[in-house]
Design a protein around this ligand. Structure first.
Ligand SMILES: Cc1cc2nc3c(=O)[nH]c(=O)nc-3n(C[C@H](O)[C@H](O)[C@H](O)COP(=O)(O)OP(=O)(O)OC[C@H]3O[C@@H](n4cnc5c(N)ncnc54)[C@H](O)[C@@H]3O)c2cc1C
Length: 443
């Protein structure tokens, strides 16, 4: 039997293991999964407040070509392990079949973006590029349950061993790959690296040692988390997420990202700075909807550190907020008028009071980014009246980092999959990448 190491127990690792099972090749391997979380509930899927939105789309979630059939299979896989049961026997119309899944008599929350011609045209005519997609929303709570079920499922295979509380610190690539962890050294015939974004230390080390395996990255997405009353967005709730791109007057590309109807705003803590994010539960609803507005910033020579640029803007917001673990909150009206916010209007934040300072995000954003954000929100108001209300809330800073893209064709028996590979940024694409790689489909 071949000795296989999987580093990280997240979406991509789950897809890879499932791919091995479905391909029938699982019996050829003795598998060790190293996860730095102290048990399975401390992996990314369970440990962070992930919203558990799984979508099917060709236009978002990663820069790979994942066939729609594979994406549908991944949704079916997660729904089944969430405890949802299909009510339709027939799989002929796959989307209808997936929509029919029920749990405790409740249908899976489902949405379609821009699949009807009229809403597509409304956005298109105002300069937006609408992205077609289907959404299945598990919610943070059900996603945790799913993670428990998946752990039990994979643990039932005698040839899969989990090592928790085990951080892989370094990997030596050779004929047989050597793995260095906080618990000792191990040798494997084949290695899968699936450490997501939180595994950036290990990835930095690998990139430093083997620079020929990665391509340069020139991008970072910088922006805000925006929060507004549900009633403004309500007529688009069927869609679940209004996924659009827009080229601002500045020439920068902006996008609406990660919408959470009836959701909550949350902090995203890194080692030495804090940004903002959002999520929503299936069972605990709020009166507000939140989403990110992100501006894609591309750099050219000689500047080569887009990640550093994003981190430093986030740090600047933390400094102005007076604490490394606080962010800036402002009303949209005050932001537009360059005024520090002193009190709320009709919209109250869902983020805890001790996580923000009322301030002025104009002191953080360079003008090209600021102009792009205002242009995007005002233009969106032309299609969704109320998006640009004075009282709506703006949290700074939200940042999405792009990892350098990894070339998987250079080292034999090495697979770098999921977000740490730089090719994906979603549960669907990370899981699919792992799944296809294990099925020996080149991705
Ligand atoms: C707050 C939040 C909400 C999100 N909501 C959604 C959503 O609703 N829908 C969606 O599609 N995407 C969402 N995402 C993005 C999604 O989480 C990722 O795109 C996806 O999980 C990537 O999968 P992955 O397997 O590459 O990495 P991960 O799922 O992050 O898994 C990596 C695992 O590796 C472990 N690890 C890291 N370093 C090491 C190491 N050195 N040694 C051992 N183990 C290590 C980590 O603990 C982690 O468990 C969200 C992200 C965040 C932060």
């Amino acid at each position: 039997m071949k000795k296989l190491a999987i580093v990280g127990f997240g979406a991509a690792a789950i897809g890879f293991m499932q791919g091995l099972i479905e391909s029938g090749r699982i019996d050829q391997y003795e598998i060790t999964v190293f996860e730095k979380g102290k048990d399975h509930t401390h992996n990314t899927i369970s440990g962070v407040r992930m919203d558990g939105k799984i979508f099917i789309s060709k236009g978002m979630g990663g820069e790979l070509d994942i066939p729609i059939e594979v994406q549908q299979r991944i949704v079916e896989f997660y729904l089944t392990h969430s405890g949802y049961i299909p009510q339709m026997k027939e799989k002929a119309k796959m989307i209808d079949y997936l929509k029919s899944f029920e749990k405790d008599g409740k249908k899976i929350e489902f949405g379609e973006s821009f699949c009807d011609e009229e809403s597509y045209r409304n956005f298109y005519d105002k300069g937006f590029e609408p992205i077609k997609s289907y959404f299945f929303h598990l919610g943070t709570d059900v996603l945790r349950e799913t993670n428990d079920n998946l752990f039990a499922y994979f643990s039932s295979f005698k040839n899969i061993q989990f090592y928790f509380d085990t951080t892989v610190e370094d990997i030596e690539l050779s004929q047989k790959h050597k793995i260095y962890t906080n618990k000792g050294e191990f040798v494997f015939d084949e290695v899968v690296i699936a450490v997501g974004r939180s595994g950036h230390k290990l990835m930095d080390r690998i990139k430093e040692k083997y620079p020929h395996l990665v391509k340069e990255n020139y991008y970072v997405d910088i922006g805000i988390r925006y929060e507004l009353p549900n009633h403004v967005m309500e007529r688009f709730f069927d869609m679940y997420e209004v996924k659009v791109r827009y080229k601002a007057r500045t020439g920068y590309m902006c996008r609406l990202f990660c919408q959470n109807p009836s959701g909550k705003v949350a902090l995203e803590k890194y080692e030495d700075f804090t940004t903002v994010n959002g999520y929503s539960d299936t069972y605990h609803k709020t009166e507000n909807t939140n989403f990110a507005v992100l501006v894609t910033t591309r750099f050219t020579e000689p500047f080569k550190d887009p990640t550093g640029y994003g981190k430093n803007l986030a740090k600047l917001a933390n400094i102005l907020a007076g604490d490394q673990e606080k962010i800036i909150l402002q009303t949209y009206g005050d932001f537009k008028e360059y005024r520090r916010t002193k009190r709320f209007g009709r919209v109250y934040p869902t983020l805890n009071n001790d996580s923000f300072i009322l301030g002025d995000a104009n002191l953080v954003f360079p003008s090209k980014i600021r102009e792009s954000l205002v242009d995007f929100i005002d233009r969106l108001d032309d299609v969704i009246k109320g998006v640009a209300y004075f009282d709506n809330l703006l949290y700074a800073v939200e940042v999405k980092f792009y990892s350098n893209k990894f070339n998987n064709d250079i080292v034999e028996n090495l697979h770098v999959i999921g977000d740490c590979s730089g090719w994906t940024r979603s549960i669907q694409y990370a899981t699919s990448m792992g799944y296809m790689r294990a099925l020996a489909i080149s991705v």
